[in-house]
Design a protein around this ligand. Structure first.
Ligand code: ADP
Length: 449
């Protein structure tokens, strides 16, 4: 097992990793930018190293500074969390070249899944169902028009190097498609330095359902069920739950089996998430995330399995501690991502938190690095904390969520808490009757405050 882990991240996920490391008896090193010197992860870690000024590219994305921090502290492994360098294959390689362990998958798998076209090809090869679309990048308009005619409109133009919901354009007609290809290429080039785009059939009312997997890199892999992340705003997840209100146990076993067999064949190591769109009983692969995800706690709450603990142990060379047959799905968990943003316009609202009172009680978990007096810096994401509730049934989880949201106090900045208070009282949400467009429509119809 490792003696010391450097956590190459900030905020709630840095704390989450720190907690898992402490429970394993491993020392922790926090890194921070000058904007984060008062941050909770710095206060709670055994050691800390300043790695640069506020802009992420000069601190949390600064590989030489992180390598120096490893060297100074004698860390033997690095946990990248999510975002920042978590899906940077080169960073994983550099660590390995220096005799350090990257707590994540092999660099080749990060690279493979980071290229969405390669990822789809691999998924198809491994027997995972994909959204119908172009086989690879589309080279010109004529080819795009031909493919779109085959798969049928509307179609979605996506950037091969895309991420975070950026670089996607819907085309409903041939004229639309010509425009969409041109703008998607220009935008992709500017945002990702790569103008390759591909086509997919645009699904009209799908749900976003993703499967959590764990692999040991030696041919064994298990799945931990699904998370339904259909409630999205601008393709960003807002509310996640497990199990999905739309799936039955047979469907879960079937898709879980396909995915875990595929990951075993790939020799995948660590935690990963295979994302699907789900419509009319069919699953369509969209991408794989080769890291721990923001919404991982809902899976932990229903399975009782600590994903970060597993991730660290697997990276240290241990076999999987659980077999598929030992995985039990118990009750329902729901997560709300509480952001420091205006609840309707979603304008970021950085600043000083004048009072902070998170909810508690049975089945309530708050993953947050905020505290009273903490100043949310304007440089990074606006997550204040994740509220996760667990109940024996979905009704119990919803009642618990409602009272927890009413109890949650965050003053001094705007937050999205009022939005969640409205969602938990909405009858369609209560019925679990929502698809990936539901939230955008709800926001359009709702009066702005
Ligand atoms: P990113 O890597 O940018 O997050 P994804 O491929 O994961 O991109 O897609 C993000 C979201 O975009 C999905 O959760 C879904 O809401 C929407 N989306 C992606 N592909 C399609 C599609 N073929 N049809 C309809 N919606 C889609």
């Amino acid at each position: 097992m490792f003696d010391k882990i450097l956590i190459a991240n900030r905020g709630e996920i840095a704390l989450r990793i720190l907690r898992a490391a402490k429970e394993l008896g491993i020392s922790t090193v926090a890194v921070y930018s000058t904007a984060d010197k008062e941050a909770m992860h710095v206060k709670l870690a055994d050691e800390s190293v300043c790695i640069g000024p506020p802009p992420a590219r000069e601190s949390y994305l600064n590989i030489p500074a992180l390598m120096a921090a490893c060297e100074i502290t004698g860390a033997d492994a690095v946990h990248p969390g999510y975002g920042f360098l978590s899906e940077n294959a080169r960073f994983a390689e550099i660590l390995t070249e220096h005799g350090l362990v990257f707590i994540g998958p092999k660099a080749e798998h990060i690279r493979l899944m980071g290229d969405k076209i390669e990822a789809k090809r691999t998924a198809t090869r491994l027997g995972i169902p994909c959204v119908p679309g172009s086989e690879g990048a589309v080279s010109d308009e004529t080819e795009a028009l031909r493919i779109a005619r085959d798969i049928g409109y509307p179609v979605l133009v996506k950037a091969a190097a895309g991420g975070g919901g950026r670089g996607m354009k819907v085309a409903r007609t041939e004229a639309d498609l010509i425009d969409a290809i041109a703008t998607a290429k220009t935008e992709a080039k500017a945002a990702f330095g790569d103008d390759a785009v591909y086509l997919e059939k645009y699904l009209q009312k799908p749900r976003h359902i993703e499967i959590q997997v764990l692999g040991d890199g030696k041919g064994r892999a298990i799945h931990l069920g699904e998370r339904d992340c259909s409630l999205q705003r601008r393709h960003q997840k807002v509310w996640e739950e497990s199990p999905s209100p739309a799936l039955n146990p047979a469907e879960r076993d079937a898709i879980g089996g396909i995915v875990s067999r595929a990951m075993a064949d790939l020799g995948y190591i660590g935690v990963g998430t295979i994302e699907f769109l789900y419509e009319n009983g069919q699953f369509y692969f969209i991408e794989m995330n080769t890291r721990i995800q923001v919404e991982h706690p809902v899976t932990e709450m229903v399975t009782g399995i600590d994903l970060v603990n597993e991730q660290i142990k697997i990276a240290a060379g241990s076999p999987l501690s659980i077999a598929q047959d030992d995985v039990r799905f118990d009750g329902v968990a729901i997560e709300c991502r509480v952001n420091a943003e205006h609840p309707r316009t979603f304008m970021p609202s950085p600043g000083r938190i004048s009072s902070f009172h998170p909810p508690g009680g049975l089945g309530v978990r708050v993953d947050s690095a905020a505290y009273q007096g903490y100043v949310i810096p304007p440089y990074y994401d606006s997550l204040v904390g994740k509220l996760i509730v667990h109940g024996r049934s979905r009704t119990e989880a919803l009642m618990r969520l409602r009272r927890s949201l009413d109890e949650f106090v965050v003053d001094g900045v705007e937050t999205t808490l009022p939005l969640f208070r409205a969602l938990v009282r909405n009858s369609e949400i209560q019925d679990g009757a929502y698809d990936i467009h539901w939230l955008e429509n709800f926001l359009k119809d709702a009066p702005t405050e």
